[in-house]
Ligand binder design. Structure first.
Ligand SMILES: [Cu+2]
Length: 299
């Protein structure tokens, strides 16, 4: 029985309740970009059109004067990146919307893997207002009776190796510190050898999203290719600071470019405690999505 019906049944109103669809309502978002500052407010209309299937419509208003925001800057070929994570921070769903309508509406469908609470992050650059990330909390279907425990996190003081499909991803963040920008070295192998079948995803080698469990704050970065620390050139503390150099280099060409199996991420984790690092890359022509639970002891 759907959660809402259950609540209303207690109140004796069960006969008037529409079945199953969860949230047909306008949600207000919470600003979620670590280190950023809110210049807009986000508003999300959610319609559950079928089990685990959502229709989303997103609009923005100015945080000061409340007027609708209608102009957006394209980042990595899209005006809106929508990233949904489940409440255990183990699943990531990534959708994009190429462009808003003339009156500033973004509409997209989204499929989630199972019922539960999802945190949907809307990542966009309203023109002239800097990168904005707004989080919406959306219950899909009935609340799961058996919420899976969060997986055991990796300690960051050791080399981390995680399998994904035919690949193994090695993460070396042994020198990373909370609050400090650090280099996270990533190597992707296949059958014990450096992978040779990687290709760009939305114009970059990979996408990394770091979500902090304690406050659900969000960092989105893109690695530079190469294992060495190549400095700040394509360093990305977010889309707004990474004007897609690789997009011009790769995405404009018909031939699929290849991506080196070693990359370096520059990340500034917003505090100690638990995180999940989501890493998305294209290997063998398919999007590979890795969720790596991490922990810094709160010393
Ligand atoms: Cu990205």
């Amino acid at each position: 029985m759907p959660r809402r019906s259950l609540v209303l049944a207690v109140a004796g109103l069960v006969a008037t309740v529409a079945p199953a669809m969860a949230a047909d309502e306008m949600l207000s978002g919470s600003f979620a970009l670590a280190g950023g500052e809110a210049t807009v407010e986000g508003h999300l209309a959610v319609t559950e059109t079928a089990p685990l299937s959502l229709e989303l419509e997103l609009t923005y208003t100015d945080a000061g004067i409340g007027e609708p925001v209608t102009a957006f800057t394209e980042e990595l070929t899209q005006q809106l990146h929508l990233l949904a994570v489940d409440s255990s921070l183990t699943h990531l769903v990534h959708e994009h919307v190429k462009a808003a309508t003339a009156d500033g509406r973004f509409a997209t469908g989204m499929q989630v893997p199972r019922p539960g609470l999802y945190h949907i992050y809307a990542d966009a650059v309203p023109e002239g207002r800097g990168q904005q990330v707004v989080r919406f909390d959306v219950q899909v279907g009935e609340a799961a009776a058996d919420i899976a425990p969060a997986p055991q996190p990796f300690a960051l003081d050791a080399l981390i190796a995680v399998p994904i499909g035919d690949y193994e991803v090695t993460i070396d963040a042994r020198e990373a510190q909370p609050y400090v920008e650090g280099a996270w070295h990533i190597a992707i192998s296949k059958a014990g050898q450096p992978a040779t079948d990687l290709s760009p995803y939305l114009g970059v080698a990979a996408h990394a999203i770091l979500i902090r469990a304690a406050d659900l704050s969000y960092v989105h970065a893109h690695p530079t290719e190469g294992g060495a620390d190549t400095g700040h050139d394509a360093h990305a503390s977010g889309h707004a600071h990474a004007p897609a150099p690789a997009e011009n280099a790769h995405a404009g060409h018909a031939a699929p470019a290849s991506v080196a199996p070693e990359m370096t991420l520059h990340l500034t984790p917003p505090g100690a405690g638990r995180y999940t690092l989501f890493l998305e890359f294209i290997g063998g022509g398919e999007i590979q999505t890795l969720a790596v639970p991490l922990e810094w002891p709160a010393s």
